[in-house]
Design a protein around this ligand. Structure first.
Ligand code: IPE
Ligand code: IPE
Ligand code: MG
Length: 247
């Protein structure tokens, strides 16, 4: 029996965010170079995106490359940027077929020109799709995003278009790169690491966290279903008591 049969359709999370970790370790386990792990990781992205679209999830945010990942060896960074170009070319037809809209959060200006062009091209091509929103966090970190938001808010206050008293949860949310996107209901991290690594710090204030030892290249749709079922068994209290929620 598939875990999928246990999913309660009415309580499907609107937004799932995933820290896709463990590509390098997966490759090492097979005695292969790290890049093989990244390539296998793309296959997982393909499968998980299709499964999420089929389940009717509205937003899937994938942490693909962090601000800190720029500090990796140049060969790995270059190979990852090239893999991205390749992946976009191969996957755009699938995104179209599944009615998936590609979005990005992150500092696209730091991407090499060819990667940026292909990536923005795919965003444009899929912009009218109305199914799953696939949000790729590329050259993203939460602290970078918060700094950018603070600068924009300060500029608006200085220009007189925003009052200090108008700075609230909603206006801060709207100034983040995720403005307009609901906060994640469920955050999954693969590879057994129990950390957030500078991902969506503001947005996950009340997300349910799910950590699995599974490495990203071996993460399957069954694993995704299992995470959703686990999520559906939790009580999200948002500070209230259990009794309040029941009455
Ligand atoms: C995640 O896998 C992908 C990226 C961060 C680009 P890693 O490359 O971090 O794999 P590990 O953590 O070294 O195994
Ligand atoms: C987090 O993975 C970033 C992405 C998944 C893109 P890392 O492998 O870079 O995280 P740390 O450095 O081990 O925390
Ligand atoms: Mg890692």
């Amino acid at each position: 029996m598939s875990k999928k049969d246990e999913i309660i359709q009415e309580r499907i999370p609107r937004h799932i965010a995933i820290i896709m970790d463990g590509n390098g370790r997966w490759a090492k386990k097979q005695g292969l170079a790290r890049m093989f792990g990244h390539k296998q990781g793309v296959t997982t992205v393909h499968n998980i995106t299709e499964a999420a679209a089929e389940l009717g999830i509205e937003y899937l945010t994938l942490y693909a490359f962090s601000t800190e990942n720029w500090n990796r060896p140049k060969e790995e960074v270059d190979a990852l940027m090239a893999l991205l170009v390749d992946t976009i070319a191969k996957e755009t037809p699938t995104l179209m077929k599944n009615n998936v809209r590609l979005l990005t959060i992150g500092d696209v200006n730091r991407l090499p020109q060819i990667t940026r062009e292909k990536f923005l091209g795919c965003i444009h091509e899929t912009s009218a799709n109305t199914g799953l929103n696939l949000v790729l966090a590329l050259s993203y970190s939460s602290r970078w995003e918060i700094i950018e938001a603070a600068k924009r808010i300060a500029a608006e206050v200085k220009a007189g278009t925003l009052g200090i008293d108008d700075i609230n949860e909603a206006s801060i949310s709207n100034h983040l790169t995720t403005g307009g996107i609901p906060d994640p209901d469920l955050l999954i991290r693969t590879s057994g690491e129990m950390r957030i690594s500078n991902f969506l710090l503001w947005q996950i204030a009340y997300s349910e966290l799910y950590f699995t030892p599974r490495l990203w290249p071996e993460f399957t749709t069954e694993d995704l279903y299992e995470a959703i079922v686990d999520y559906q068994h939790r009580e999200r209290r948002f500070g209230k008591t259990s009794e309040q929620l029941k009455s």
